[in-house]
Design a protein. Structure first.
Length: 401
């Protein structure tokens, strides 16, 4: 088995970025705050580093080590009641307690669930939606933040043709862990992102047209929308994105990057939209899972559109993990869309005052699904402005603002 041991310095820097930068939307944790850390057992060294960093910051760590290798047996043996079991009182109290959540992705067997019926996986996921909704509501109220990060495994490295050491080099480089002060580097990236965001959000964009050999797609941005990025929610995060009005999506797009999702591979994906709904979807690999995903409530609608400027991203190799692949650079950067759940922080206003009916009227999609499909092919993005003019905002892998 391939083995690679991270140095204590890298572990400390990683934990420092997640705790003292990413939480509180790039401001870092505050003393007394309760931070839940959900970490697979194979990433135990990072769990320890997170605990110690939180303690040194005066926060209250809640460490949840997840046993890897349990999922296949669970989905093989669980009946309908067990798949849909939702301990509401327990989970509600957890939501009330925690101020932040740090989630670590560590996948020692990317195809663990390959033989499991997709419907069982999605049924179990959908049954947990109230928990996600409670956390989202708390986030909208400004009382909760989260961050997701990656722990490298030999299986993922093998999938993309890298040694475990070189796979980790991609993580270290992408997260600025090769720098003496990674947090200072992330703050600099945030400054660059903010310059782009200010320009985007002053354009008053009505819709965008993404055009290229693998795409001809129109997306309505919607009322009171803002583009966001660099909030600390993902480490790394080089993307600029928004959650559009799903009702104004029409056209098609192909995605040349593989997606590893629910213990399966989905590859060579094609999506076609008409009046906001996915009317045709195909995948040369994993089509059965793709179709099952789209049958989940509101999963056949758009929740996000994103662009990554090739000048910002430090990711140079596909990683078989959406967190990294949706931020990959390369000659043309990347663009991706997500089916399913929209991000409410893309609302330009006080979201605390909005009801579920208000979000629905604005065209913010609500779903338990949220999966990104990624393309690194060349494309041009043209914005139609409220004054009727058109402006190219992205070309040759870069923002042109």
């Amino acid at each position: 088995m391939a083995r690679y041991v991270l140095s204590e310095i890298i572990l400390k820097r990683y934990a420092d970025v997640l705790v003292n930068y990413a939480l509180n939307s790039g401001k870092g944790v505050r003393p007394g705050e309760v931070v839940q850390c959900v970490v697979p057992d194979v990433a135990k060294p990072l769990a320890l580093a997170l605990q110690n960093t939180l303690l040194q910051a005066g926060a209250q760590p809640l460490i949840r080590l997840l046993p890897t290798g349990f999922s296949k047996d669970f989905f093989s043996l669980a009946n309908q009641d067990q798949l849909t079991f939702f301990p509401d009182k327990y989970l509600k109290e957890r939501v009330n307690l925690i101020d932040h959540n740090i989630a670590i992705i560590a996948d020692p067997d990317p195809f663990e669930l390959k033989t499991i019926a997709p419907q069982k996986i999605i049924l179990n996921r959908d049954s947990q939606k109230p928990y996600k909704d409670w956390l989202t509501d708390k986030e909208v109220q400004g009382r909760f933040t989260w961050v997701v990060a990656l722990w490298g495994t030999a299986a993922k490295a093998k999938l993309v043709g890298l040694s475990l050491k070189n796979y980790w080099r991609q993580i270290i480089q992408a997260c600025f862990l090769d720098k003496v002060d990674p947090i200072a580097e992330w703050k600099q990236i945030s400054v660059l992102q903010q310059k782009i965001l200010v320009k985007l959000n002053t354009l008053n964009i009505q819709s965008i047209h993404i055009k290229g050999q693998d795409v001809d797609l129109i997306i309505q941005i919607g009322h009171n929308r803002q583009w966001i990025g660099g909030s600390g929610r993902n480490i790394p995060s080089f993307e600029i994105f928004t959650s559009p009005d799903w009702r104004g999506t029409s056209g098609w797009m192909k995605f040349n990057q593989p997606v590893y999702r629910y213990g399966n591979l989905i590859q060579d994906i094609y999506l076609e939209f008409n009046q906001g709904i996915v009317v045709r979807a195909e995948a040369k690999t994993g089509n059965k899972l793709l179709q099952a995903m789209l049958k989940s409530p509101n999963a056949d609608k758009l929740g996000e559109f994103s662009l990554t400027d090739s000048r910002l991203s430090r990711i140079t190799h596909i990683m078989a993990e959406i967190l990294f692949d949706e931020n990959i650079g390369g000659p043309y950067g990347n663009s991706h869309v997500a089916i399913g759940m929209a991000y409410k922080d893309c609302y330009q206003g006080d979201g605390k005052k909005l009801t579920a009916k208000d979000w629905d009227k604005l065209g913010f999609n609500d779903s338990s699904e949220h999966t990104d499909f990624i393309s690194t092919a060349d494309r041009t993005v043209t914005a139609k402005l409220s004054n009727g003019r058109e402006k190219t905002i992205y070309q040759d892998g870069q923002f042109t603002l």
